[in-house]
Design a protein around this ligand. Sequence first.
Ligand SMILES: Nc1ncnc2c1ncn2[C@@H]1O[C@H](COP(=O)(O)OP(=O)(O)OC[C@H]2O[C@@H]([n+]3cccc(C(=O)O)c3)[C@H](O)[C@@H]2O)[C@@H](O)[C@H]1O
Ligand SMILES: Nc1ncnc2c1ncn2[C@@H]1O[C@H](COP(=O)(O)OP(=O)(O)OP(=O)(O)O)[C@@H](O)[C@H]1O
Ligand SMILES: [Mg+2]
Length: 269
Amino acid sequence: MFMDYRIVVDAIDYEKARLIITSFIKEYVAGAGVNGVVIGLSGGVDSTVTAALAVEALGSGRVLGLFMPSIYTPKEDEKDAIEVANRLGIRLIKVDIMPIVEAYAKSIPDYSPDDRVSVGNIMPRVRMSILYYYANRYNMLVVGSGDRSELLLGYFTKYGDGGVDFLPIGSLYKVQVREMARRLGFGWISEKPSSPRLWHGHTAEGELGAPYEVLDTVLYAIFDKKMPLDKAREMFGEVVDLVINRVKTNAHKLKPPPYPDLTPARRDV
Ligand SMILES: Nc1ncnc2c1ncn2[C@@H]1O[C@H](COP(=O)(O)OP(=O)(O)OC[C@H]2O[C@@H]([n+]3cccc(C(=O)O)c3)[C@H](O)[C@@H]2O)[C@@H](O)[C@H]1O
Ligand SMILES: Nc1ncnc2c1ncn2[C@@H]1O[C@H](COP(=O)(O)OP(=O)(O)OP(=O)(O)O)[C@@H](O)[C@H]1O
Ligand SMILES: [Mg+2]
């Protein structure tokens, strides 16, 4: 049996998913007793879909967008972030993160510009601290945009773009987020290659080593359809171990920091 990524795209009912996600946002924000949400709007598909569903859930006046470019952010992303914010009717604040990133570079004695992952990860962590400034300032939550593919693979910066209060689209695979974007009227954003933009020429699929169509099909087969790994290897080949290695290595990113438990008698309050 050949498995095609369209099986993943067609695995969910988009109207139902939309209702579940918007109710989740509404209830979570009401439960937290806050005024709304702040979101990093990158011009990419995850933040676009998250912002659109947040507006549907809360209304445009309770969603604040932040566009935080670096030297690696193309002008096209700025144009797209502005267009998305305009269509959704939300306020968009631009914060240039480069002076902050440069201050890190100047202040860290061991700063090593060639180590692109350590250096690149500074940017999502700077964005996270700015998002929390606004969350504190206006009594809001930081809404994250991680999708199921990124969460399972651990393809995000720990305490960077992973440092958020809740993850409304965390159950949707990337190919499903792209489909949701099309249905919400943001089809052109789905066509852009996914990228964290942490260095020049950086693309998610280039770094991950396979297209999301393949990664999502493998993840779906293993995690949702519980396909035995041997069978998955037969069907998909080497990419299965690439996926399994990432899932295992990065599993810590989804858990709270562990500590030795000296108090076995617990009480819930
Ligand atoms: N077993 C363990 N238990 C607890 N903590 C553990 C650990 N192993 C490592 N760690 C900690 O985790 C750190 C490594 O994790 P981390 O700092 O995240 O670093 P890392 O996973 O190496 O880098 C982040 C990756 O996410 C990608 N990214 C970033 C931002 C956005 C997006 C996107 O899709 O847009 C993608 C980025 O391109 C890069 O490939 C280690 O330095 C260590 O501190
Ligand atoms: N320039 C930016 N301005 C504001 N927020 C950003 C910026 N770059 C990244 N972010 C935040 O970090 C999140 C993670 O980045 P990621 O690239 O995974 O998502 P995306 O750009 O929304 O989607 P994709 O790249 O898959 O199309 C974004 O969704 C956004 O919330
Ligand atoms: Mg992106």
